[in-house]
Design a protein around this ligand. Sequence first.
Ligand code: NAD
Ligand code: TYD
Length: 338
Amino acid sequence: MKLLVTGGAGFIGTNFILYWLAHHPEDDVINFDKLTYAGNLENLTSVEKNPHYRFVQGDICDAEHVSEIMKGIDMVVHFAAESHVDRSILEAAPFVMTNVVGTHVLLAASLKAKVRRFHHVSTDEVFGSLKLGSTDTFSERTSYDPRSPYSASKAGSDHLVRAYYHTFGLPITITNCSNNYGPYQFPEKLIPLAITNILEGKKVPVYGDGLNVRDWLYVEDHCRAIEAVLLKGTSGETYCVGGTTEDINNLTVVKKILAMMGKDASLIEFVVDRPGHDRRYAIDWSKIKNELGWQPQHNFDEWLKRTVDWYTVHGEWWHAVKSGSYQAYYKTLYKGAV
Ligand code: NAD
Ligand code: TYD
């Protein structure tokens, strides 16, 4: 089988490619990635000489290049996106371009190339925000209610993917997954930002009152969920994917990391809240469990600690990532507060 993985030099795409080549060594994987600030080929040096792996630098908005690369592809696994909510608040245009227009370019090329499956990697953020203290959860039946430019652009792409199924018969699947953590995550996201700031002796910025709740999933569990959907999922279906954390708020996550690293709460800096900050996410992943037999295998406390250890021993990786343009972004976003 020949897979086209878009955005394979980013956090989840990298973990997916490493997972897929290890578990399906007979398959060919093409990694098509623009290498934005979030793409890093260093992540994939261990497979760059593997004859079943090929990297192609390209933009999913480039229709000519995309249709060229699509020839002979069996399955598309679409990760490429602008993925950070805070950046979408600073500048939304690249989110509309890559997430909406780029996804459309891929869909049109996939239809023309008659791929066997177009799998779209989406987020639980398309469902909006749940009330703090409620027991409500997002499921495949929840109405879309995106509230940030990031989630609105992902929602737009989900709708286009379903439109290509209903209107043109393109075989598609979608996963809407909660917050991932693990190796190779760009340190603009909460968990790697907290760990690397602590390693640098800096404070950890916590937005607002720190009581916002996310559902956390170890990245390899997400990769296994996508594998299950690719191999056993039904075309046209959506699957919600989530972890085992139960209403754990950001402050608790940061305090756990501080404790694991032998530090106390004095390193927490409450900073001005994110505009439109979604209060609570929670996922009902019973459909993928009942229909495809998938469930998370990685316990949060244990794998958070392993993630802390990964960043601790991979200083070179994140020091390189946190230099250059990251510094300017950090100053703009946090306005010198941390
Ligand atoms: P990331 O930002 O780490 O990586 C994105 C990758 O896409 C980068 O390698 C980047 O170079 C590439 N890219 C960006 N624009 C491109 C373009 N126009 N053409 C080709 N490549 C381009 O993102 P991530 O955290 O790995 O997320 C991957 C996907 O999973 C995204 O679609 C995201 O919405 C979704 N998702 C992420 C999470 C999470 O917690 N990180 C949770 C659920 C869903
Ligand atoms: P993030 O990792 O950006 O993921 P998302 O916004 O897609 O859920 O943020 C996770 C949570 O952590 C979210 O509620 C915002 C919060 N947060 C902070 O409190 N401080 C920070 O510096 C960052 C980046 C996020």
